[in-house]
Design a protein around this ligand. Structure first.
Ligand SMILES: [Zn+2]
Ligand SMILES: [Zn+2]
Length: 118
């Protein structure tokens, strides 16, 4: 896959067009799937979820499309960690650990027991 330049990503972030790119959507989907669509803070499953950049994409544009730099949060938790300035920083370590540990399971060993969330 061709890597977008840091500058290009930075521009897209600034203009807000990044959210419309396929790359961004693919990244978000990878993060959601890996985290089983579960908020990694309050552990709520389903409902409205967002993907948070563990290391802010505005500071580290080169990490924007790395799934290990993303974490699934519900809207409420996501909002709360961004509420205070630099508030997200307190969670960097915790989220990075989770992002590493939440590996997609190889194949379904158990019967599918949960509804698929789209
Ligand atoms: Zn939550
Ligand atoms: Zn965020």
């Amino acid at each position: 896959m061709k890597k977008d330049s840091k500058e290009k990503i930075r521009k897209q972030i600034k203009k807000g067009t990044i959210y419309r790119t396929k790359k961004y959507r693919d990244w978000r989907t990878r993060v959601f799937k890996r985290d089983r669509f579960k908020c990694q803070l309050c552990e709520k499953v389903g409902g409205y979820i967002e993907a948070h950049h563990i290391k802010l994409k505005s500071v580290f544009p080169e990490l924007t499309f790395l799934s290990t730099n993303g974490i699934t949060l519900c809207g409420k938790c996501h909002k709360s960690i961004h509420q205070e300035d630099e508030g997200h920083k307190r969670y960097v370590r915790k989220f990075m650990k989770l992002a590493r540990e939440n590996k997609p399971r190889p194949t379904l060993r158990r019967k599918r027991r949960t509804r698929r969330l789209k």
